[in-house]
Ligand binder design. Sequence first.
Ligand code: PGA
Length: 250
Amino acid sequence: MRTKIVVGNWKMNNTIAESTKLASELLAQLGEGFSGCEVGIAPTFPALQPVGALLENGPVHLVAQNCHYENDGAYTGEVSARMLKAVGCAYVIIGHSERRQYFGETNATVNLRVKKALSEGLKVIMCVGETLEEREAGVTGAVVSSQVREGLEGIDDISDLVIAYEPVWAIGTGKTASSAQAEEVHDLIRTVLVKLYGESVASAIRIQYGGSVKPSNAVELFAMPNIDGGLIGGASLNAADFAAIVNAAR
Ligand code: PGA
């Protein structure tokens, strides 16, 4: 039985003050003694430390939105996995479609980042997903399979990996994949993992769905056999909505 995992990706939103306020509201919504699924929130880099201080020893993980594949050096504007680990992050999101679309991330750079993050002791949420053009061209399966294969190239141990399937056409657009459409791709991802790592490893890996998840559609999505939680963008910026989505996963 896989424990569901729900992570709020705050993207480039909220000052430090707004971030700590939102994190406090979320903790209040989840309540004392929260359990039943894994939860994380991913603020911007400047807010990691103050939000992390609020989350310390609690049930909500601190998550980062990206990391570089070197420990340090002349990489202006980047942050390393080692630094994220030191600030208290448990997870890092790697290969989000916005990173691929706007910042030139490829399967090869995703692979380097995943390797580095895992070797520094961070857990990784590796994002995959097809664009609208790819879906309409009927190549969703081929695109997502190569994102998984190339992203995991040379990685033997994936016990600290979560995969997030996020169809690009569903992110921030209000268009959610139907639960059947999402399940079809989740099942395909698990089949790729079985080929790469064998049945028992593949059956333990969580595969999150992301793309316009809301309180109103979370229950149906999370009920699918291969959907093990969600990566939540817009709805994670409201504590009540995010808590409702978390409750749908419990
Ligand atoms: P969304 O974003 O929930 O706003 O569609 C999801 C994501 O990009 O992780």
